[in-house]
Ligand binder design. Structure first.
Ligand SMILES: [Fe+2]
Ligand SMILES: [Fe+2]
Length: 171
């Protein structure tokens, strides 16, 4: 099975104006795919729901990989802050990643109740995490990384198109 991890790119790479715009766009696309998957599942459309939720998992894994491998190191280098906001975000990513893996396992076992329960916990965590990035970390990135914006966006694009960035058996 080919993964859906490139969906962030396929639909949306349109020369974003800023790092904030590009990353906030990922957040809302992931939210939307999750919501569609949940709706499908609740409506009894198992196959469509599973596909969408797997797309969501892959999208989140890709997005987190872009942050940890491209954006955060650049912020850390520019600000000299390694123990600052990026380290808090990395810890939260670990929590998100482990719930994404749980969600993936729940999909394998086709356990609707468990899928929805994990999804709810995951969603709360992601919304809180995203708010911190959107209100603080991304604007800070745009302020500190003005000269590197193009290079960073290109790096993220090429990483996002490389395939599976998670540890779940998606491929
Ligand atoms: Fe993040
Ligand atoms: Fe993010």
């Amino acid at each position: 099975m080919t993964t859906h991890s490139n969906f962030l790119m396929e639909e949306t790479w349109e020369s974003p104006e800023s790092i904030t715009e590009r990353m906030v766009g990922d957040h809302s696309r992931c939210d939307q795919v999750y919501a569609e998957g949940e709706t499908a599942l609740v409506g009894g459309q198992w196959e469509a729901g599973e596909k969408l939720l797997r797309t969501f998992i892959a999208g989140m894994q890709t997005h987190i990989a872009l942050e940890e491998q491209v954006l955060f190191p650049a912020i850390e280098e520019a600000t000299g802050m390694v123990e600052g906001p990026t380290s808090v975000m990395r810890i939260e990513h670990e929590q998100i990643r482990s719930l994404l893996e749980e969600l993936s396992r729940a999909l394998e076992s086709k356990d609707d109740d468990r899928i929805l329960a994990i999804g709810e916990t995951l969603n709360i965590l992601i919304q809180q995490h995203n708010l911190k990035e959107e209100n603080m970390l991304y604007p800070m990135s745009d302020a500190h990384l003005k000269d590197k914006k193009k290079e960073l966006l290109q790096k993220m694009q090429s990483l996002a198109t490389q395939g599976n960035h998670g540890t779940s058996p998606l491929e």
